[in-house]
Design a protein around this ligand. Structure first.
Ligand code: NDP
Length: 263
């Protein structure tokens, strides 16, 4: 660990700032991209706070990381509730002595035609994908600003750039996340807080498991020719972003399967 004057804590080496000893909170750590990111960061020597609603999954992951020699803590959290998001950050700060990195991964995708969609599904996507990120960011920023360093990675999607039928509200949350993230960067860079918008394309995970089966079937046709990314691929991309020296702020990463062309 280093002193508070260094900005983001870590050891400054010839190749740039190393991640060893830093502390991160990862939302959505109970499956898919969040889980893979937690494993990748822990493997790089980062102490990780694992946040999501399913505590048992997080406890299993905590044990797995511990067996591999890493350090993790379970923080059961529903990011749609500001009180829980704040408690998540305070728990991590109390345990690790500060939070250097926040990776906002938690999200849900519930595609549907606008004329038939359930407004409750719209609300859920807005609450998790957008408001959840606002909550976690609001809770972590005072500590980062005070210390003069930190890194926030917001996981958006190619849907944050495209306009595909059925994905209207999911895309709206991700377009909104893009706007929020880019404005956040402008507000906090004077305090040496880095902000990255990370936009993966289709990735193997549990994201599709909540989708209406008929809609899933119709999507399967358009996606059958694409070899999806693995969650571990995306995690390695996020790790690379975080491992850059403090002078480099990777603003945006578009990370798509080689086969992905039209969306
Ligand atoms: P998963 O469904 O595998 O993971 C989603 C995660 O979000 C789970 O850990 C889930 O945990 C968590 N989550 C959902 N609701 C809440 C909540 N209210 N509070 C806290 N955590 C919550 O999907 P992915 O890993 O694929 O998705 C991760 C992110 O990546 C999402 O933001 C998604 O939009 C984005 N993405 C995914 C792509 C893909 O093709 N898979 C492509 C582009 C972007 P729990 O249920 O335990 O709370």
């Amino acid at each position: 660990m280093t002193d508070a004057t260094q900005g983001v804590r870590g050891t400054q080496g010839a190749g740039g700032t190393l991640l060893v000893g830093r502390a991160a909170v990862i939302t959505g750590a109970s499956s898919g991209i969040g889980r893979a990111t937690a494993l990748a960061l822990a493997g790089a020597g980062v102490r990780v706070g694992l946040a999501a609603r399913r505590a048992e999954r997080l406890e299993e992951l905590e044990k797995e990381i511990g067996r591999a020699g890493g350090e993790a803590i379970t923080i059961p959290t529903d990011v749609t509730d500001y009180g829980q998001a704040e408690a998540m950050i305070r728990h991590a700060e109390g345990t690790f002595g500060g939070v250097d990195v926040l990776v906002n991964v938690a999200g849900v995708m519930l595609p549907a035609p606008i004329a038939k969609a359930d407004p409750a599904d719209w609300r859920r996507m807005v609450d998790v994908n957008l408001v959840g990120v606002l909550h976690a960011t609001r809770a972590v920023l005072p500590g980062m600003l005070q210390r003069g360093g930190g890194h926030i990675v917001n996981v958006s999607s190619t849907s944050g750039r495209t306009h595909q039928p059925l994905f209207s509200v999911y895309a709206a949350t991700k377009h909104g996340l893009g706007a929020f993230t880019n404005i956040l960067r402008k507000e906090v860079h004077p305090n040496r807080v880095r902000v990255t918008l990370f936009e993966p394309g289709p990735t193997e995970s549990e994201l599709g498991s909540h989708v209406d089966p008929e809609i899933m079937e119709s999507l399967r046709d358009s996606m059958s020719s694409v070899e999806f990314l693995k969650a571990e691929d995306v995690a390695q991309g996020i790790l690379w972003t975080l491992a850059q020296p403090d002078r480099i702020n990777v603003n945006e990463v578009l990370f798509r399967p080689t086969d992905q062309r039209d969306w």
